[in-house]
Design a binder for this molecule. Sequence first.
Ligand SMILES: O=c1ccn([C@@H]2O[C@H](COP(=O)(O)OP(=O)(O)O[C@H]3O[C@H](CO)[C@@H](O)[C@H](O)[C@H]3O)[C@@H](O)[C@H]2O)c(=O)[nH]1
Ligand SMILES: [Mn+2]
Length: 734
Amino acid sequence: MAKEDDRFRSAQEGDREPLFATRRRTGGLVAFRFFAASVFGGICCIWFYRVVEPLEKDENRTGLFRFIWLVMLILEIWFGLYWLVVQSLRWNPVWRSTFTDRLSRRYGDDLPRLDVFVCTADPVIEPPLMVVNTVLSVMALDYPPEKLAVYLSDDGGSELTFYALAEAAEFAKTWVPFCKKFDVEPRSPAAYLSCKASVLDSASAAEVAALYREMANRIETASKLRRVPEEARLKYGDGFSQWDSDATQRNHATILQILIDGRKDKTIAIPTLVYLSREKRPEHHHHYKAGSMNALLRVSSKITCGRIILNLDCDMYANNSKSALEALCILLDAKDGKEIGFVQFPQCYDNLTRNDLYGSTMRVIADVEFNGLDGNGGPFYIGTGCFHRRDVICGRKYGEEEVESDEIQEIVEPEKIKSLANCTYEMGSQWGKEMGVKYGCPVEDIITGLAIQCRGWKSAYLTPKKKAFLGVAPTNLHQMLVQQRRWSEGDFQILLSEYSPVWYAQGKISLGLILGYCCYCLWAPSSVPLLVYSVLTSLCLLKDIPLFPKVSSSWFIPFGYVTVAVSAYSLAEFLWCGGTLRGWWNEQRMWLYRRTSSFLFGFIDTILKKLGVSESAFVITAKVAEEEAAERYEKEIMEFGVESPMFLLLGTLGMLHLFCFAAAVMRLVMTSRKAGEDLQTMGMQFVITGVLVIINCPLYEGMLLRKDKGKMPMSVTVKSVVLALSACTCIAFL
Ligand SMILES: O=c1ccn([C@@H]2O[C@H](COP(=O)(O)OP(=O)(O)O[C@H]3O[C@H](CO)[C@@H](O)[C@H](O)[C@H]3O)[C@@H](O)[C@H]2O)c(=O)[nH]1
Ligand SMILES: [Mn+2]
């Protein structure tokens, strides 16, 4: 690496100035640690109460009651320890800032080659027009075009996507120079034209807009008809001829087309653009996105071989044209930057509604927790918006010398390169294991990032004011839950895998970072305690069994303090990250739903996979919604609509809490003489179940009141009510 850096360094003044700065928090941190200690004190009191209380008044307590008490103790120990682990994310946060002016002064246009990998997999739920907008936005990045190459990996093997990319290659000749000349932002044409419609005063802007609309029309018509226009087939014949007549999404040869070749024609000011659809055969596992990333790594190494790689999902367009320069400020920094293997930007979205009904922003994760991870050694690699050093993602350990790779030796013809993307290429090799992105895990990104960190690299988290990349967040509950199920399952698999942060990473990364990984890797198992705790609380309310100290007792203080302190802190944090009160409330609901459905299913999936019963799959998140559903999303009306076991579980739980709460209130009213006494002993349970009922309101509405297509399917509602009612009846007469 030293050699490389020397080559890029011009002997100018100010060479020693760092290209980025790292800021730590000081004042607030002490207050936070003090607060955290007080909460932990409360948690210890709760544990203590659970242990000593049954010893004190033991008389009329049955075996069942003691058993429940023991369960509560175990659960509270779990919650307390989990809370402790989560504190690692807040213990030592850092913020990075970059000096792009210094970078330009030092390097000018003498920057390393940058290869951008965009992945798409399905022309129906990832519309080609959206994909090419992402591609165009990165082609127009503020970066010397002869040093930039954009690769689109199409796991859908779709002629429509190829056609759209060919159209985009034409349009880029107008779009890229236009962006640079007028310094427009953002550089996704769709985003630019929709948000800046009023600024289109110059003649050239109007011309570009018209050109874009024509192209968009052609692409959308083709997508709608699912047919490529004949004249395009003729025009891009050598591309289309690579599709065999019997090619399908899961069974086709490698298709590789260099649409714009910056190697041959050094005068054009447009980045290289390449379409790749790796070979797929039913008898070979394709390893989802990880497989396509590795194919891209190999193929690009024979075309442009960028020293730096940016990975993007097909919906994540570049919103900030300086992001590449910002990332290079870290990767080219001669001192602290040398140990950094990758630079991660947060995953942000441009289709969010005000109160973020599905909690898609993951505000606190992006604005608090990842800075915490950075302070402990570096954020995770999250699959999109990440700049890697090529040889690091390919397997280089920290301390080893970088292989010089920046000048392309010879131009290899595409026909020769194709074999690198064939199914059999990886057989018997280290690809997917020690080389490239790892296989076998639904969150290939997280495990790959962990492996890189275990090889001695740090990573850095960059959050420029102007968001670097914007994508499409899931717009309905089911998709959200499915996505979270994949994540929780994948993270839990990592915990149990040979790369487990607990054993494998020991001594390789800091304790804080190990705990940081654990927070997410424990998502799936944390579903069980929450489920048991909430159901037990409600059922015991129904049975009139007190589980918590009397409201008037001093033992109540720690319970009250921990609950209030933790909620208030989470609310403050949420507001501080720019959220709304409603948004926080929605987030709490999603917290509950994720945990009691996605994470539980993720947990079960993982166990089944370990037992060899099932394989985990990568369910792609749709990036489009049908019109009515999109309207409901805009109005923040919760979308159910499909029959899903996860909904059945949520519905049953919701109904169970409702019945228990209703029954307990009725009892309170009927026995009004001792109502005060009852409220004292059952107070905490009334509050917990009451909150569960209030938070479930949109669910009840969807099950019982709504008539639109997004309501809960009747079958799910009926099953949920029957299940919850039978459970309550059984328990009531137990
Ligand atoms: O067989 C596949 C499946 C998916 N993809 C692409 O992978 C990306 C991510 O898929 P998406 O359905 O959008 O999943 P998300 O949950 O939104 O993705 C997050 O989580 C994934 C891991 O679970 C990471 O791979 C992603 O980078 C990260 O953004 C998309 O561009 C897909 O086109 C492929 O290329 N091939
Ligand atoms: Mn996505």
